[in-house]
Design a binder for this molecule. Structure first.
Ligand SMILES: *[C@@H]1O[C@H](CO)[C@@H](O)[C@H](O)[C@H]1NC(C)=O
Ligand SMILES: *[C@@H]1O[C@H](CO)[C@@H](O)[C@H](O)[C@H]1NC(C)=O
Ligand SMILES: *[C@@H]1O[C@H](CO)[C@@H](O)[C@H](O)[C@H]1NC(C)=O
Length: 741
């Protein structure tokens, strides 16, 4: 019971904190939008990876091939195609070692351009190899060299590479079995099999600055090893001018430092999203009213694979990363002691990791220090102190992210528009609409105090269901979102402005890309455009509301104006949203249970959340259900207590069915439901299609639902709606009771 209560408390508080991000204004199913795609080799796995990009094209590594694709329509620039097969000898050896024929191909994983040449490194049938190609002629490669340490052996390995200061920096594994992870730039690397440096890492991204290269990855946490196994997210860095240490350290970094990334929901017990999955490039923007410029990097995080599926987007300011690296080091006295912050006087001079001019002149003791103290004590806090987007789902986790940086809204404010890819092929578009309000703490309104108020604009099934999105890229010049999985690359539009038909809906999107064009009477793309007469366009990214819409002449074709209750022009007030979510779910239930032929809400409003696909809906609902069930457990407990006390006062009740009683009492708890109590003796048949989400009904004040459903229906239908509602409630209450008591 204690455990259950703890879980309940956790879920309830989590539910409260997490709900605001839960539904999108526009939802599209797979194939609902027109988009270009590139599939490469259709008969065998391609393991696509976007290796490089310029303003108009991307370079993609596929099976035995490097493709150059146009960012307009993903058409291939055939002259630039490079074909590169492994030799038969390599392929045979690879298969002898137990790899499959598909794995024993050459998959280019790294590419870097210099002025005249293109460097490509491929897995080459588990024997990595690099080649220099001339850039502008489709000719033979020039030279070849060993790619071990630069390119993974396994095409699926989570490696990353970045070309900085004319040199290739890689984070990958340097052996056949993938057990020798390293961060490498010729000729220096991280120490071999030193778990304090890299412990079973998955690298996800890298960025460079004027003096450092930063790597983002997750790994088994060495500082937690005395307490069990945990995976933490990290940022590590090395100096650009590090050329290795003295003597025996000549091929080892002297500047490798790392620290934890803290992406968590704050609270007495912060809830951590510990596993980083992807990062963006560095984004320079103005955040807050003070107009302070910040370099920030966005990243997606998830809970561990075996935990309840939680995902989050966090941002990190370069400034905070630097601070963490300037802070105290973490140290461990001996193998069994805890990792603790190191006192200042134990840190040698010059401070390790500070990019000395000639790293070979460092003392042995300085190099030894950094070898044993590469971990910093302070974690990097997330920018704005909390995740910017959170999703809880059994269906999917976040797997990729791209940002359209600093999109200017009609009022001049700038927003980073986030596109988050999931491992089931969908793309969620979201904007932190609070990021520009600056004076976060001035307002008395509770919600606007938070520096994070995220509007989820759209959720689109871009790839077939179940296909994980591996990489995403916002092509600024062509205004396309490039979405890459292992075997498909698609280019989709950045916005779905024209999918909404009314002024109010358009403004409610809170999409900096879209505004209502009062002249053309349509929702138009305005992102980053300058207009001579901006007052013609209506937009309100901050709150999604404007009074002017109402003053415009109503559109004769616009159905949406007639149904003011159906759209969701919502603020992210958590309570509202919580209700809305529940209402949606229950509506769906009603829909699937009695399939009304002409349901106003769904039949005419193209934007109402689609839950036609039973699969998606069911498992998403399941999670809500867990939370809901807990709530109901609490309620039922209360009711039973109440019942008992009543039972002793009213012997009469002993004759009635306990379920009925319970139902009555529950109804009594929500004042607007009194009409239903009129036939309180009625015990509806149990619904076959019991859905636990419906449990929430009595608690969630879903009065709107009753009113809504009743209002537009003919009288004869209305009765059935009522009984159906009751049905849902009673049926599920019984179920809950059975399960939990
Ligand atoms: C792709 O080919 C075009 C045309 O030859 C070239 O200009 C462009 O730089 C190539 N793309 C990349 C990313 O190298
Ligand atoms: C690479 O990352 C993916 C996605 O997080 C994960 O499923 C996979 O197990 C990782 N691969 C390795 C070899 O760790
Ligand atoms: C992470 O951040 C939260 C709040 O933002 C804080 O409560 C927690 O102590 C931090 N954790 C670490 C390990 O720094």
């Amino acid at each position: 019971m204690g455990l259950a209560q703890a879980l309940l408390v956790l879920l309830v508080s989590a539910a409260h904190a997490w709900m605001p991000d839960a539904s999108a204004r526009i939802e599209l199913k797979y194939g609902d939008d027109a988009s270009e795609q590139f599939v490469g080799n259709t008969t065998a796995p391609d393991h696509f990876r976007i290796l490089d990009k310029d303003d108009f094209s991307i370079i993609v590594g596929g099976r035995n091939t490097v493709y150059n694709l146009s960012l307009y329509d993903l058409s291939e620039n055939m002259e630039q195609r490079l074909e590169w097969q492994s030799t038969d000898a390599h392929r045979e050896l690879c298969q002898l070692k137990g790899k499959s024929a598909d794995e024993c191909q050459n998959y280019p994983r790294v590419a870097a351009r210099t002025h005249e040449r293109l460097l490509v490194c491929g897995t080459n049938a588990f024997k990595p190899l690099c080649r220099w190609y001339p850039r502008h002629a489709q000719s033979h490669h020039q030279e070849e060299f060993d790619g071990s340490g630069r390119c993974p052996y396994d095409p699926q390995h989570n490696s990353t590479a970045i070309f900085a200061d004319g040199k290739l920096y890689t984070a990958t594994a340097a052996d056949f079995s993938g057990t020798d992870p390293l961060i490498y730039r010729e000729p220096v690397r991280t120490e071999r099999s030193d778990l304090r440096l890299l412990n079973d890492p998955s690298f996800v991204g890298a960025i460079s600055s004027t003096s450092h290269v930063y790597f983002f990855y997750r790994e088994t946490a060495v500082e937690y090893m005395n307490c069990g196994k945990a995976v933490y997210s990290r940022v590590a860095r090395v100096c650009l001018n590090d050329i290795g240490g003295p003597h025996t350290f000549s091929d080892r970094w002297t500047s490798f430092l790392k620290t934890r990334l803290n992406c968590s929901m704050p609270g007495d017990y912060p809830f951590y999203f510990d596993e980083i999955q992807a990062t963006t490039e560095l984004i320079n923007g103005i955040y807050g009213n003070g107009g302070s410029r910040n370099d920030i990097v966005y990243a997606v995080f998830t809970t561990p694979q075996n935990a309840i599926g939680g995902s989050a987007v966090c941002a990190f300011a370069m400034r905070d990363i630097l601070d963490a690296f300037e802070g105290p080091f973490k140290g461990q006295e001996n193998m069994n002691s805890n990792w603790l912050p190191l006192e200042k006087d134990k840190v040698p001079e010059p401070r390790p990791g500070s990019c000395e001019e000639d790293s070979r002149t460092l003392s042995d003791s300085a190099v030894n220090f950094i070898k044993t103290h590469s971990l910093m004590d302070k974690a990097v806090p997330s920018f704005l102190a909390r995740p910017i987007l959170i999703r809880v789902s059994l269906q999917y986790r976040f797997s990729a992210i791209a940002v359209h940086p600093q999109v200017q809204a009609m009022n001049g404010n700038k927003y980073d528009v986030m596109y988050v890819g999931t491992d089931d092929g969908r793309v969620i578009k979201a904007v932190n609409v609070a990021a520009n309000e600056g004076d976060f703490y001035a307002s008395a309104d509770e919600d606007s105090k938070s520096p994070v108020r995220t509007a989820v604009i759209s959720e689109v099934q871009v790839l077939p269901q179940g296909v994980p999105i591996k990489q995403m890229h916002v092509a600024l010049t062509t205004e396309k979102l490039i979405v890459a999985s292992g075997d498909i690359i698609r280019a989709v539009t950045l916005s779905y402005c024209s999918n909404v038909l009314s002024c109010r809906e358009c403004v409610a999107l809170q999409d900096p890309h879209c505004a209502w064009d009062s002249k053309q009477q349509q929702c138009s793309w305005v992102g980053n455009r300058q207009f001579p007469n901006p007052e013609r366009f209506l937009q309100n990214v901050e709150y999604g509301k404007t009074d002017i819409c109402n003053k415009l002449p109503a559109l004769s074709t616009g159905h949406s104006n007639k149904n003011p209750g159906t759209k969701k022009p919502k603020l992210s007030h958590s309570d509202d949203i919580q209700n809305e979510i529940l209402i949606e779910v229950v509506e769906t239930n009603v829909l699937s249970d009695d399939k009304p032929t002409n349901n106003n809400k769904h039949g005419t409003d193209s934007l109402t959340v689609e839950a036609a696909d039973g699969n998606i809906y069911t498992s998403q609902a399941l999670l809500t259900a867990v939370v809901a069930s807990c709530l109901v457990t609490l309620m039922v407990g209360f009711v039973i207590g109440y019942l008992f006390s009543r039972r002793f006062r009213h012997p009469f009740f002993a004759d009635t069915s306990p379920f009925n009683e319970q139902h009555n009492h529950l109804n009594r708890l929500s004042p607007l439901e009194t009409p239903l109590n009129a036939n309180s003796g009625y015990m509806p048949p149990r619904s076959k299609n019991v859905n636990m989400v419906a449990n929430v009904c009595p608690l969630a004040k879903q009065d709107n639902l009753h009113l809504d459903l009743g209002k537009d229906r003919p009288l004869d239908l209305r009765n059935s709606t009522e009984s159906l509602d009751k049905d849902l409630k009673c049926g599920t209450l019984q179920k809950v009771k059975k399960t939990y008591i």
